[in-house]
Design a protein around this ligand. Structure first.
Ligand SMILES: O=C(O)C(=O)C[C@]1(C(=O)O)C=C[C@@H](O)C=C1
Length: 402
């Protein structure tokens, strides 16, 4: 395996290119790659030292390419002109496109999810060359919200743990955080009403969504299930593990607290208490895993929204969240939905919440496919606007990549 450093010729790069100039690598030939994979698979008992030499060579190439990519990403920064801060360089639509291509190219053996995670980390590190993004989330450390931040923005972003969903909105609106990540719904438990209600008055935009597979673990100081007399967790997590708790800890006292991390903090104080939280919290707080995963549904997933102060262009596969307040007249909701249906625009979700300041009036939260700057959604919205009341676009954003 050749060392890429010796391959870099510097020819053909623009004057503004990085010092160690990149020669565009030829796209890997699918056939050759399939042949070499087959050759690897045929080796019944490969020689360990020889295999490690192969891996060392590949690592050298990967490292050189990552460094080269980082230099080019820095060039992108310069191409965008002199900007004030990291947030000005962040491009969620471009990141989504890069990740979708990673998924399209993937033919194993690693899963899409694993490859996307690796590429997100690379982009996160590339962006942090300017300055790390600061992301507010519902803390403390060790919550699923923190995991959602890391999944979406990578580990080079700086997490800012905050005490409530309201505070996440406030800190982003005040400019103390670049973006915020807030939970909005769980596959089994439904909507997190407090998040939706914030949009009734907040000027912030939805800039992205994150889907996080949520695995719950029972954690305690001793690690022995027979010691447990009390279980703490966030109400949502207790609900997600209801059947497991009924079968495995019947008669044990369950108590809902403000977050899973708070539950772990309490459980850490005595041997007869336990907490339900993510496995990550066991490492953060030095607890033993008693059992897990213990969620009742194996597809237990929480969807988070990324909130920010700006809107971004289309990525090619986008979703738009709308907040609509209808006039009090017959068929008003139908007249909002009809222009969407007529244009074959899929509606992913509709939810009503009591509107602020008006008794028995409701705001409808509607998620549809498409971006507000593109037809057919743009045309449908123009038509709805004409008669239905207030249509407020909460944001158009890339559909979550796994
Ligand atoms: O393409 C860009 O606009 C970049 O800034 C580069 C890059 C990347 O590493 O690919 C980095 C950060 C942006 O959020 C999007 C992509």
């Amino acid at each position: 395996m050749a060392d890429r450093k010796s391959k870099s010729t510097g020819k053909g790069a623009s004057p503004a290119a990085p010092k160690r100039k990149a020669k565009a690598a030829p796209p890997p030939k699918a056939e050759a790659s399939a042949r070499s994979r087959a050759a690897v698979a045929r080796q019944a008992k490969p020689d360990l030292a020889a295999v490690r030499t192969q891996i060392d060579g590949i690592d050298r190439e990967i490292q050189a390419l990552i460094a080269e990519r980082a230099l080019w990403a820095h060039q992108v920064g310069k191409a965008k002109g002199k900007l004030a801060a990291a947030i000005d360089y962040y491009r969620p639509e471009r990141e989504a496109q890069v990740l979708r291509r990673v998924v399209d190219r993937n033919d194993g053996p690693l899963s899409d999810e694993v490859l996307v995670r690796l590429f997100r980390e690379i982009m996160s590190a590339c962006l942090a060359q300017q300055e790390p993004l600061k992301i507010g989330y519902l803390g403390p450390e060790g919550t699923f919200s923190q995991q959602a931040v890391q999944k979406h923005f990578g580990h080079s972003a700086r997490g800012l743990p905050l005490v409530s969903i309201e505070e996440v909105f406030d800190e982003v609106a005040a400019g103390n955080a670049d973006f915020g990540v807030v939970p909005v719904e769980n596959s089994g438990q439904g909507t997190i009403q407090s998040t939706l209600d914030m949009f009734l008055t907040s000027p912030l935009k939805i800039c992205g969504e994150v889907e996080l597979r949520v695995h719950q673990y029972l954690l305690s100081r001793t690690g022995h299930i027979e010691d447990i007399e009390r279980v703490y967790s966030h109400g949502m997590s207790l609900a997600q593990c209801k059947n497991w708790l009924r079968h495995n800890l019947p008669g044990v006292h369950k108590e809902a607290v403000s977050s899973n991390a708070e539950a772990v903090r309490r459980a850490k104080k005595s041997d007869d208490a336990a907490a339900i939280a993510g496995e990550n919290a066991a490492h953060v707080y030095g607890m033993q895993v008693v059992a897990g995963p213990i969620e009742d549904r194996s597809d237990n997933t929480t969807r988070f929204l990324v909130i920010g102060r700006a809107s971004f262009p289309p990525s090619g596969n986008d979703r738009t969240s709308l907040m609509v307040s209808i006039r009090d007249q017959p068929g008003a909701l139908y007249r909002i939905l009809e222009p969407l249906a007529r244009r074959n625009i899929s509606m992913n979700r509709i939810e009503s919440r009591p509107a602020h300041g008006a008794l028995w009036q409701y705001a409808f939260f509607i998620d549809v496919e498409g971006h507000v700057d593109e037809s057919p959604l743009k045309d449908a919205l123009a038509e709805i606007d004409d008669f239905a009341g207030d249509v407020h676009v909460l944001g158009s954003y890339p559909v979550a990549v796994p």
